[in-house]
Design a protein around this ligand. Structure first.
Ligand code: COA
Ligand code: AMP
Length: 629
């Protein structure tokens, strides 16, 4: 086993040789000779002359290697009392047939397919089927509203939407079809057809000549082969929140992605073919794309798709039950999920009830792993607890404790050391490199390793402006933090208007746009404040228009409802405060960070350019009386 320092050095000093070597670990139709190329729109293009197919790699290849009867996917759904196992042979059959269904709906290479699904196997099947024929999928998280869905339909312009009749949220049935219908009505770009998986609990109404039933179409489908695709062909678009109301469509390719997924399974997670890997996330998020669907299957592991929650389905022992039942070797989830479990089961009694002898390690990401949750997990499970840091844009972890290389110690509060391939630096606002233990902008020196975004869909300028133009030669992560004297990275939070609510990445800028649209609102500021369970929750401060006579609690309720309707219940905007004034600098910039620090009880500095210093004690008083933290 290589040691970290050597592996890391090789990856940074000789990226071409390093990734050429890694590319040998996957099966290509045409092995790439040109390893790294650069053009004006993308400084990090990998394997441009290679040809492969991700669906082939994830399925057919394993069958050819004799793993056809191994379990590829386990569906465990406590909310519907369903359990189902798919061998690689069985999963391939479903995927290859659904690829035919898509083709018969005139979906061709390069066409987009939008997937709006609950956590059922058909979500993964649809994704792999798109990959098989070179269609580009765009999965939209099921918790997003019709309005958010419409924005994504207009941007991705899908030929087909794949959805299901409903999702199940603990005991609540969420009908998806009315949301799909509403989104299509709102969108300017209409899809040609919709394919709906009809679940037992609800039968969706189908519109003649536009909507088709999954189960009916698959009956007459023939299994079709994967087609060779250029390595740079887009595999998917995944929308993520930026600082404005328009989400960014992160584009990922087939080639770089497959190589990165394979490398990460071995190196970061220490998994080999036949191991059982469980990412307790959702296919609508990047963790679900990379570690429920693609990476475990590319690496020949067994993956678990879990339709349930960490608690209440039926209790705080749910995660441990799944780990024990399927002999899970590594579990990956968000700190918020474990905070919810620890709250309900502080003594860890459920952990004692299950045989967890196969579980070796726990991986956490999505938000900072707070020391209390880290200690609780370590203490109660006695397992390695590994925080690792990544983003939708990178597709895999930028930093962590790479297990496949050498078992390095973890440090509480740190997201680990940079993953081989990622050259992480800390710069001040002028682009000067900062010394150890000094906080600044976390940036990645170009080129980015394989697997990272190749562009923003339909908007290469946004990729340039948002990520590549702030510091020449670097990718701007949008996170702030520092590297300590031992090379460990500490992530201190976003430097932009993005917040993380229960592991869901959301834009406060978008919430401000929604709140400001209310006829009674003159001005507003939305920012994230600390929350014991969800990490962060949004808070809206609102100034009403002069002369508008509206009941305060009615306005608060209307604003909460409109964010819920426009974004979705996951936005969790619960607290809306009506205030007289907002603190601003003389140039008009609202001091959101200062207000957040005041509420979170952190030290804060009021800039000398503030227009009226009296507002700070005034707000302090308002916050003390009103904020429920
Ligand atoms: N479809 C529809 N609605 C959804 C949804 C989905 N897929 N996911 C969440 N919602 C709704 C919930 O029903 C809830 O609605 P309500 O306000 O009507 O009750 C609302 O969105 C907020 O849900 P959630 O964010 O899940 O908060 P919660 O208080 O119900 O549960 C946790 C808290 C911590 C248990 C839960 O957020 C959780 O499991 N988080 C982990 C998230 C995660 O794994 N993220 C991936 C990171 S890798
Ligand atoms: P997403 O794109 O939804 O995966 O969210 C990415 C953002 O989540 C990052 O930019 C960070 O702000 C935050 N994040 C993810 N993982 C971690 C981590 N391990 N520690 C701290 N913040 C994290």
């Amino acid at each position: 086993m290589m040691n970290y320092a050597d592996e890391y050095k090789k990856s940074i000093e000789s990226p071409i040789a390093f990734w050429q070597e890694q590319a040998k670990n996957i099966a290509w139709y045409k092995t790439p000779i040109q390893i790294l190329s650069t053009d004006s729109s993308n400084p990090s293009q990998w394997f441009v002359d290679g040809e492969l197919n991700t669906s082939y790699l994830a399925l057919d290849h394993h069958i050819e290697q004799g793993r056809g009867e191994q379990i590829a996917l386990i569906y465990d759904s406590p909310v519907t009392q369903t359990k189902q196992k798919f061998t690689y042979n069985q999963l391939l059959e479903q995927v290859a047939k659904f690829a035919d269904v898509l083709q018969k709906q005139q979906v061709n290479k390069g066409d987009r397919v939008l997937i709006y699904m609950p956590m059922i196997p058909q979500a993964a099947i649809a994704m792999l089927a798109c990959a098989r024929i070179g269609a580009i999928h765009s999965v939209v998280f099921g918790g997003f509203s019709a309005h958010e869905l419409a924005i994504r339909i207009d941007d991705a312009q899908p030929k087909v939407i794949v959805s299901a009749s409903c999702g199940v949220e603990i005991e609540k049935i969420i009908e998806y079809k009315p949301l799909v219908d509403k989104a299509i009505e709102l969108a300017k770009e209409k899809p040609q057809s919709c394919i709906i998986y009809q679940r037992e609990m609800v039968e969706a109404k189908l519109q003649k000549n536009r909507d088709f039933c999954w189960q009916t179409l698959i009956k007459t489908a023939n299994a079709i082969k994967a087609i060779p695709l250029p390595a740079t062909h887009p595999l998917y678009i995944l929308y993520t929140s930026g600082t404005t109301g328009t989400p960014k469509g992160v584009v990922r390719d087939h080639g770089g992605h497959a190589v990165a997924m394979q490398y990460s399974m071995e190196t970061i997670y220490g998994m080999t073919a036949g191991d059982v890997f469980w990412a307790a996330s959702d296919v609508g998020w990047v963790v679900g794309h990379s570690y429920i669907v693609y990476a475990p299957l590319i690496a020949g592991c067994t993956s678990i798709l879990y339709e349930g929650k960490p608690i209440k389905t039926p209790d705080a022992g749910a995660f441990w039950r799944v780990c024990s039942e399927y002999k899970v070797n590594a579990l990956f989830s968000a700190p918020t999920a474990f905070r919810a479990i620890a709250k309900e089961d502080p003594q860890g009694k459920f952990i004692q009830q299950y045989d967890l002898s196969h579980l070796q390690r726990l991986f956490l990401a999505g938000e900072r792993l707070d020391p209390a949750t880290y200690s609780w997990l370590k203490d109660k499970t006695q397992l390695s607890v590994i925080d690792h840091w990544w983003q939708t844009e990178t597709g895999w972890a930028i930093a962590g404790i790479p297990l496949g290389i050498k078992n390095m110690p973890t440090k509480a509060g740190s997201a680990g050391v940079p993953t081989p391939g990622f050259k992480v630096e800390i710069l001040d606002s002028l682009g000067k490199q900062l010394p150890a233990n000094t906080s600044g902008n976390i940036v990645l020196k170009l080129p980015l390793p394989p697997g990272c975004l190749t562009t923003i869909w339909q908007n290469p300028q946004r990729y340039q402006l948002g990520y590549l133009s702030t510091f020449d030669g670097y990718y701007l992560t949008g996170d702030g933090g520092y590297i300590d004297e031992d090379g460990y990275l500490f992530i201190m939070g976003r430097t932009d208007d993005v917040i993380n609510v229960a592991g869901h990445r959301l834009s406060t800028g978008e919430m401000e746009e929604i709140v400001s649209a209310h006829h009674a609102v003159a001005e507003c500021a939305v920012f994230g404040i600390h929350d014991e369970l969800k990490g962060q929750v949004p808070l809206a401060l609102v100034i009403t228009k002069n002369g508008v006579n509206i009941d305060k609690s009615l306005l608060q309720a209307e604003l909460r409802q409109s964010v819920r309707e426009k974004i979705g219940a996951i936005a969790s905007l619960k607290q809306v405060l009506i205030v007289e004034r907002l603190p601003k600098t003389r140039s008009g910039k609202i001091l959101r960070k200062v207000m957040r620090q005041m509420i979170d009880g952190e030290p804060y500095q009021v800039p000398s350019t503030i227009d009226d210093t009296a507002i700070i004690p005034e707000l302090d008083d308002v916050f003390k009386k009103n904020i429920l933290t």
